[in-house]
Write a protein that binds this ligand. Structure first.
Ligand SMILES: Nc1ncnc2c1ncn2[C@@H]1O[C@H](COP(=O)(O)OP(=O)(O)OP(=O)(O)O)[C@@H](O)[C@H]1O
Ligand SMILES: [Mg+2]
Length: 261
């Protein structure tokens, strides 16, 4: 059964784009057919990482100017991936970003229907195994549309008080009311805060109690990921990097929860 995964967070800069792109590439490396959609219409980023020659964007798809198949690009040969990796890009022009912020509820309802029908088309016509959405932080309509279209939500948070308080609010206010399976991933944890040995299990238990969500993992703040995360896909260029190993483990944890009915 194909699955749809959304990477979301309360605050910006938690690592959603880096994590979604690398998880998508990791799945494709392992022979899965993956489609990664940039649903961060307020501040698109995927074009920086994949440097595509874009014709149609996801904005065109949502505006009914093209079909979903015309708004995605197969980048798998560029990265020599075993499976297909299709990426759908958001329009990163200032004009378009401003335009997307003025959309009303009716337009967004239509966009939700487009998203759901696009998802079925990707599953049925392209044999997509995993559909992965990168999103804007917080409660933008496009992020809510992605969350509604998902089977699993990866909530990414840093370990500071602002982030944690906001994440807790989103769990109660959004994720639980949507009834989607949700897991918590802590990312960009400074070395001084990073638990070692048994401390990791303690932190996992404490987080489980605090957030009442499955814990997917904790990833340190790596200086080289900070510097090069927007330049290339770590899972392609540096597959042995601990960042990639941590993401593999996140996938394992998530799949355990996806399997549960
Ligand atoms: N584990 C990590 N260690 C160090 N740097 C990281 C890590 N994860 C992501 N980063 C870096 O943090 C910055 C923000 O990451 P990213 O753009 O993926 O976050 P985001 O949640 O998508 O942000 P936004 O909400 O603005 O879209 C980037 O410079 C990225 O390379
Ligand atoms: Mg982002």
């Amino acid at each position: 059964m194909p699955k749809s995964i959304v990477i979301h967070s309360y605050k910006g800069g938690t690592g959603k784009t880096s994590i979604s792109a690398n998880i998508a590439a990791l799945y494709a490396k392992n022979g899965k057919n993956v489609c990664l959609l940039d649903y961060d219409f307020r501040a698109p980023s995927m074009q920086v990482l994949f440097k595509p020659d874009i014709h149609n964007t996801l904005n065109d798809f949502l505006e009914e100017k093209c079909e979903i198949n015309d708004a995605i690009k197969d980048v798998s040969s560029k990265y020599q991936l075993k499976g297909h990796l299709y990426v759908g890009f958001a329009d990163a022009s200032t004009e378009s970003m401003k335009d997307m912020m003025t959309k009303d509820r009716n337009w967004e309802m239509k966009a939700l229907h487009r998203t759901l029908s696009g998802k079925n088309k990707l599953y049925n016509e392209l044999g997509i195994d995993f559909l992965i959405f990168d999103t804007s932080p917080g409660v933008s309509y496009s992020s809510i549309n992605a969350l509604v279209s998902s089977d699993f939500i990866i909530v990414v948070s840093k370990m500071d008080d602002f982030d944690m308080a906001g994440t807790k609010e989103m769990i109660h206010g959004i994720y639980s009311s949507l009834g989607r399976k949700t897991g918590l991933l802590l990312n960009r944890i400074p070395t001084e805060q990073f638990p070692l040995g048994a401390g990791q299990k303690e932190l996992e238990n404490a987080m489980g109690k605090e957030f009442n969500l499955p814990f997917l993992g904790i990833i340190p703040c790596y200086c080289d990921v900070q510097v090069n995360g927007g330049k290339y896909l770590f899972v392609v260029e540096q597959p042995k990097h601990p960042f990639c190993q941590a993401l593999s483990e996140v996938i394992n944890q998530m799949e355990k929860h996806l399997e549960k009915t």
